[in-house]
Design a protein around this ligand. Structure first.
Ligand code: ADP
Ligand code: ASP
Ligand code: MG
Length: 455
């Protein structure tokens, strides 16, 4: 059972989490929890402040968030929790020391950043374990950094599967066998040298899937603040509806192209071990969420959901060298490989290739290298829209229906056919909410476009 940051925001949210867990004790759950809402962002901005030399400001900026932890602790454990109070004191001291090191650059910054940001999950998991114990559930905190072993890619570390699976079993099976509920922080892990690493933003879902796979769990439950995966982001269209069943492939495409409700990598360990994933609402636990299974079957209109991702950059590379020649694409991809830059969507013609990036860090260097291969144009401010549904590629007339619904919008790039379940296109960012609204209305009925912030 994985609980996201929004599920552990405040006292009332902890109460709901405790309630949900208590109804499933007989199933022998393992709990994975994210940092309390907004804490990861706060830790990252404290890191940025400290890096610029403002140590005191960085420490002070964390204080309201640390206080939120104390408030929850004192609500559930009125007599005071000696264990958690000392954890919090230790965290304050350690964070102050780590932030000091940022200014002095006494350790590599990427390493310090992960050590700092890990305190979100370190504290939330210890706090949740204490809260559950106070409520009479036999819970025991287990440190994810001793179980999930990763490479040294700080900030986006990759788990080393065999070692991780063995350690997860070694650590958790005795706790489960003793009738206790293990509580683990998501997102955080450790490399072989024992240094703290993290799995990338939104990575708690991934941690939960890794633990579920290692223990061969009967089910992976993702508890969040919406009822399952919906026909589109409910913050963009308020008429978004819960999708009862999705296939792993559909869920992976949606997650990758912006449906934040699931972390893109979550699906993989679950798919490999055929573990069903259920997405449920902590705030409406009785509502039936979304079940993600190996195969979901087609719906009558083929389309299940519309995802979107903003802040997209398009790169167009044009070169006569491409005409009838082999090796050009490989040269282009090598540039991205060298700069460790991920490409999202790609489309090619005889003499040009267009592709999108959602992370423009280090873009100048990529462009500089690409210019050796041809002319390069860079356009910013786009959004990727991804329409997902089983049977989409095989359905006649569906692409035409999608594009005729938005025939007044300029489409900058289209990708279709690589996956059987998605059609992806790129438009100007400021049109995204309107386009999603129109498509949602066409395929799912009445929709109020742009009713939310879309953030
Ligand atoms: P958590 O803290 O539980 O990990 P996230 O904020 O990462 O929660 O993900 C939940 C959010 O994902 C929802 O509040 C919702 O706005 C957003 N979201 C985006 N697309 C979808 C979608 N298709 N279905 C459901 N939620 C979505
Ligand atoms: N706390 C981390 C983040 O905000 C991981 C997660 O919530 O899944 O990205
Ligand atoms: Mg999340």
């Amino acid at each position: 059972m994985k609980f996201g940051g929004t599920s552990v925001g405040y006292v009332s949210a902890f109460m709901r989490v405790e309630n949900v867990i208590s109804t499933q004790i007989a199933k022998r759950p393992v709990v994975v929890v994210s940092a309390m809402t907004k804490v990861t962002d706060a830790l990252l901005s404290a890191f940025d402040m400290a890096k610029k030399g403002d140590h005191d400001g960085a420490v002070a900026s964390l204080e309201p968030h640390l206080k939120r932890h104390s408030e929850v602790a004192s609500h559930f454990i009125p007599a005071g929790s000696a264990v958690f109070d000392s954890e919090l004191r230790y965290a304050r001291e350690e964070l102050s020391d780590l932030l000091m090191r940022c200014a002095r650059r006494s350790l590599p910054l990427s390493m310090l950043k992960d050590a700092i940001v890990s305190y979100g999950e370190q504290l939330s998991s210890r706090l949740l374990a204490e809260v559950l114990r106070a409520k009479g559930i036999e819970a025991r905190h287990a440190d994810a950094r001793r179980m999930i072993v990763t490479d040294d890619e700080f900030g986006a570390a990759q788990p080393i599967w065999d070692e991780t699976a063995e350690l997860v079993k070694l650590e958790l099976e005795p706790i489960i066998a003793a009738g206790e509920v293990p509580v683990i922080g998501g997102f955080i892990a450790g490399n072989r040298a024992g240094e703290t690493t993290t799995l990338g933003r939104g990575g708690s879902d991934y941690s939960a899937a890794i633990v579920a796979a290692a223990l061969d769990a009967a089910e992976l439950q993702i508890w969040t603040d919406v009822t399952g995966v919906m026909t589109c982001d409910p913050r963009i269209c308020k008429d978004a509806r819960t999708i009862p069943v999705l296939s792993y492939e559909e869920a992976a495409e949606l997650a990758y192209f912006g449906a934040k409700v699931l972390h893109p990598k979550t699906i993989k360990p679950a798919v490999d071990c055929s573990i069903p994933v259920r997405v449920c609402n902590t705030f409406q636990p009785d509502e039936v969420g979304t079940m993600i299974l190996a195969h979901s079957g087609e719906t009558p209109n083929k389309i299940k959901s519309i995802a979107s991702k903003k802040n997209i950059t398009i790169l167009r590379i044009t070169s006569a060298r491409m005409l009838g020649a082999y090796g050009f694409m490989s040269a282009v991809f090598q540039v991205f490989d060298r700069h460790r830059t991920v490409i999202d969507v790609i489309s090619t013609s005889e003499v040009s290739v267009a592709l999108t990036l959602d992370n423009s860090d280090g873009l100048e260097k990529v462009v500089e290298d690409l210019r050796r291969l041809g002319d390069v144009e860079v356009e910013t401010g786009y959004a990727v829209i991804c329409v997902v549904g089983e049977g989409l590629r095989a359905s006649t007339g569906l692409a035409s229906k999608i594009f005729s619904t938005i025939d007044d919008v300029n489409v900058a790039l289209v990708s279709h056919g690589a996956s059987a379940v998605n059609l992806t296109f790129v438009i100007k960012e400021d049109m995204a909410a309107e386009v999603i609204g129109k498509l949602h209305r066409e395929f799912f009925g009445v929709t109020t476009a742009g009713s939310g912030s879309g953030e």
